[in-house]
Design a protein around this ligand. Structure first.
Ligand SMILES: NC(=O)c1ccc[n+]([C@@H]2O[C@H](COP(=O)([O-])OP(=O)(O)OC[C@H]3O[C@@H](n4cnc5c(N)ncnc54)[C@H](OP(=O)(O)O)[C@@H]3O)[C@@H](O)[C@H]2O)c1
Length: 385
């Protein structure tokens, strides 16, 4: 039995992870659950899974809540009963718990991609030092990992093998077919409706601006230790092929599946075993054909901003992640237009002076500085109406 902690159990990934646990109750002991504000749902999950430990900002550390002991997010990851930690929080929240889990020698299943965007060099260095695997939950990276297996040595952050390049697929998000001049009028409700995936709010907006794909390029760079020149992105509307590897002999390998996060979540929670999945299967004959096309870069300025930050050493990508977080929250609150999101991120990146080889404290300080800068008046953007 795997002693499992789910950080972000009330979110989209967290709830789907608990569906995986329900499908295979003999495989998991839920040792800990952590949530943000949704104490109602967390309470129901606690009653169902009876975790030893629980964590939420509103609960007092050391107290007992519904028969579970309250721990900090970091302490939850270090408990001796824990084997595997699913990091399914969003934004900067997952950074310290991920580092704590690695240092405690726990296997980390990582969904919270911003952790690697903010601090990929540091996190992978620590994982290598203690030889703790970081198992990718993000569908594209989980797919790459499956495609690389067999031909490559997959030590943490250092893939060695006959790889020509890897290719991440992108659905293009909610506005892939909208006229460019109409993007300024996009409402939060429209941006929150993804054409193929059902996900939490931030990642759905990130998919609409395509900064999510920029984050995923950065994530792939750190997870697999591949140079940026070897990571390509292609538009693929159906979200059925999640990623591909081109090998040096000209052969391609792709991973396919329905757009259902329970599949990569289950793979990361049960690896190296592959358990049956009671989910709806891909029907190739129903699909008929799969489409691939180049990205229309003019449509997605956030993607280029992410790649530019990626090519700048040090804390530039931590600034990128914080700036995007603030810009997305401002857009959801109706304070800025959809097309102001790249402008805010650009303003933050222009103002940022990157620190080379940063410590975790320096990364968190950059995160806080960028948030203060963008919440202030100088780069506040323009209201939508
Ligand atoms: N959803 C997907 O299909 C998908 C696919 C690939 C990658 N990802 C990545 O996975 C991560 C999670 O995405 P999501 O869509 O599941 O996000 P989400 O639905 O917004 O869930 C975020 C979770 O984090 C929790 N949280 C927030 N603050 C917290 C805190 N201080 N302590 C503990 N928990 C806290 C939230 O709790 P409350 O709800 O209780 O406030 C919620 O459970 C993101 O980085 C995303 O990019 C998601």
């Amino acid at each position: 039995m795997t002693g499992l902690v789910v950080l972000g159990s009330t979110g989209s990934i967290g709830q789907q992870a608990l569906e995986v646990v329900r499908a295979h109750p003999e495989q998991f002991r839920v040792v800990g659950l952590a949530a943000g504000r949704n104490l109602d749902l967390l309470g129901r999950q606690v009653e169902e899974f009876r975790p030893l430990y629980v964590s939420a900002p509103a609960l007092k550390e050391g107290s007992i809540w519904k028969e579970s002991r309250v721990r900090s997010l970091v302490a939850l990851c270090e408990m001796p009963e824990v084997d595997r930690v699913l990091v399914a929080t969003v934004g900067a929240t997952g950074l310290l718990p991920t580092l704590a889990a690695i240092r405690a020698g726990k296997v980390v299943a990582l969904a919270n991609k911003e952790v690697l965007v903010m601090a990929g060099a540091l996190v992978m260095r620590e994982a290598r030092a203690v030889n703790v695997p970081i198992l990718p939950v993000d569908s594209e990276h989980n797919a790459l990992w499956q495609c690389l297996m067999g031909d490559c040595d997959l030590s943490p952050g250092q893939t060695r093998g006959p790889i020509q390049r890897v290719i991440l697929t992108a659905s293009g998000g909610a506005f892939r077919d909208w006229p460019l001049e109409k993007l300024r009028e996009v409402t939060p409700a429209e941006a929150l409706a993804h054409p193929t995936w059902v996900m939490g709010p931030k990642v759905t907006i990130d998919a609409a601006t395509l900064i999510n794909k920029g984050f995923e390029v950065i994530e792939a760079h750190w997870l697999f230790g591949l140079p940026y020149e070897q990571i390509d992105v292609v538009l693929h509307r159906e979200s059925v092929v999640h990623a591909l590897v081109e090998f040096t002999d000209g052969s391609f390998r792709a991973e396919l599946g329905p757009p259902d996060m329970r599949i990569p979540i289950q793979h990361a929670l049960t690896y190296p075993r592959r358990l049956p999945g009671p989910w709806r299967r891909l029907q190739l004959a129903e699909l008929g054909k799969l489409n691939f096309a180049p990205l229309d870069r003019a449509r997605y300025p956030c993607f280029d901003l992410a790649l530019a930050a990626a090519r700048t050493d040090g804390t530039a990508t931590a600034a990128l992640s914080a700036a995007d977080d603030v810009a997305v929250q401002k857009f959801i609150r109706g304070e800025i237009a959809f097309t102001d999101i790249p402008a805010l991120i650009d303003a933050a990146l222009q103002a940022h002076r990157p620190i080379a080889d940063p410590s975790v404290e320096e990364i968190l300080e950059v995160d806080a500085q960028v948030r203060r800068f963008l919440e202030g008046s100088r780069a506040a953007g323009t209201p939508r109406a």
